[in-house]
Structures are given as C-alpha cells and as structure tokens.
Design a protein around this ligand. Sequence first.
Ligand code: PPS
Length: 292
Amino acid sequence: MEHSLRRELEIIHEIPLYWSFVEKWAQVETFQARPDDLLISTYPKSGTTWISEIVDMIYNDGNVEKCKRDAIFNRVPFMEMSGPGFPSGTEQLATMPSPRLVKTHLPTQLLPVSFWEQDCKMIYLARNAKDVAVSYYHFYQMAKAHPDPGTWAEFLGKFMAGKVAYGSWYDHVKGWWEKKKAYRILYLFYEDMKEDPKREIEKVIQFLGKELKENVMNKILHHTSFQEMKKNPTVNYEMMPTWAMDHSVSPFMRKGISGDWKNYFTVAQNEIFDAHYKEQMEGSRLGCRMEI
Ligand code: PPS
C-alpha cells in the first residue's frame, strides 16, 4: 500500500482531492441517491463522526448494541471515498438497504445531482475555521492519504489558501449555507453542540420527524459524549488499519473541544487569519463562534 500513501492531492472541478477519489470520480458523479437517504455533510474535521453516531443512535432508538454492529465507516459510508484496500463508498452504498445514512465532505457544486433531484434531507455541520485548521493539521499527520502537512505555519497557509483536501473552508460553509434556502438542510454548528448537545439533538430529532422518549435521549447523550466515543472502537477509527491511520502519531479522537486553536496560533498568525477571514466571509450572514 506504500505507493498509495502521502501522494500529492489532485484537482477535480477546481477542488484538491485525494488521487484515489479522483480516479473513481465517474462513480461519484453518477451516484444514485434515494429519496429517503439522509446526507450528513461537513467540511473535514467538523464533527462528522459525532453527528453520524448521534443520527445512527436516533435511527436505532438509542440501542447501543445495534450501533456497535459495525464501524461507523460501514454504518455511514463515506460516499466519495475510494482507495486501494477498501470498498468504495458508492459500492458500499449500492448494496445497503434503505434508509441509508450517507457521509460526504463535498462542496455543494461537487455533490452528485441526484441528491438535489431526490430532495433528500441533509444535515450540515459546521465548525469554526481555526479549530478545523488545528484538527486538520493533526489529521494530516496521522492519516496517510494526505500529503505531508509540513510545519504548522506551512499548513495554516495552505488551509487559508484552500490548498488542502476539499479546498476552501470558507467556500464550503458559505456554499452549504446558501443551499439551505432552497433545500431540506438542517445547518448545525459544532460549538452549539458542545454548548448544549441536548438542544441540538432535539433539533435533529424534529428535523427527522421522529419522537424519542427522555430515557432514549439520555442514552444518546451519554453514548455520544467525547469520553465515550474516544473509547468506543466502532467510532474512534481504531478499526482502520494502522498503515492508513496511525493513532500513535495523533489519535482520531484527539481533544474534542472548542478553542484549542489558542494553543497553536501565534498572535501574528491570529491577526493575519482574522483579517483574511473577514475578507473571505464578507457579505455572508453566516457566523461561527471561535470559542464557547
Ligand atoms: S473526519 O475525518 O473529517 O470525518 O473527522 P470529523 O469526525 O469530522 O472530526 C473529528 C473531530 O471531531 C472531534 N469529535 C468530537 N468532539 C466532541 N464530541 C464528540 N463526541 C466527538 N467525536 C469526535 C474529534 O476529536 C476531532 O476534533 P479534534 O479537535 O481533532 O479533537
């Protein structure tokens, strides 16, 4: 597998992406969504695994054993994923019974059109750019599908320029924010979930048109807490082979907090970032909290 690791990103429709995803791009473009699919969409490192586990718990009425039936990447297949040694996301999804949960990190313009045509429900989870950059930097180090991130300063520059996998964070969050006006998208924030997970899970339940008893809610809250997820092998990515993800470099379930960026950004980096952020987000009503 060595040849497939740490390769430079390729560009597909102007977005940098892993070479192995690009190679099978036709399968992604022609992917057939079903009307009862639920799409979970995020920019990488925004809490995808967290919201995925919450939704699977809701679908399974808070039954922890059912949610431990398989690794999260098999219960909620990663649609555009493909690479040596793994079944592709589209192949996994093709054989999966409905209702399916589908993970993607694609920006709106790259999402297969069938999702829009079928008017699927979608949950978008955004996380503040500074914490995403820090989390992504660590993920680049441990997940070897990525090119070498270089130093933190180098990586931050690439992140701001959109020269990382999935491109610009700014365009991603703004693109999905716009789509929400016309499609069935529940737009959530990681910081809100940290602040009051019960309130945010209630929004999800309502959006899905479900009703859950109080004891089920309590089970979901407990089971999807960072501490529980960190030690749960079905969600902490320890079921991935170590040649693909090396948790001894940095664990997938790293810190799970808001505001960790303060431990990485220098004062100068923060000033430059804030000025650039203002420019990039100009005219958008979308607001992310940098801490809670
Ligand atoms: S990926 O690879 O893009 O799918 O990663 P993703 O799951 O989106 O993001 C990983 C970050 O989410 C944190 N995480 C959580 N935070 C709070 N509570 C829970 N339950 C939780 N589960 C995962 C995870 O620790 C990563 O963030 P960092 O900042 O690196 O710790």
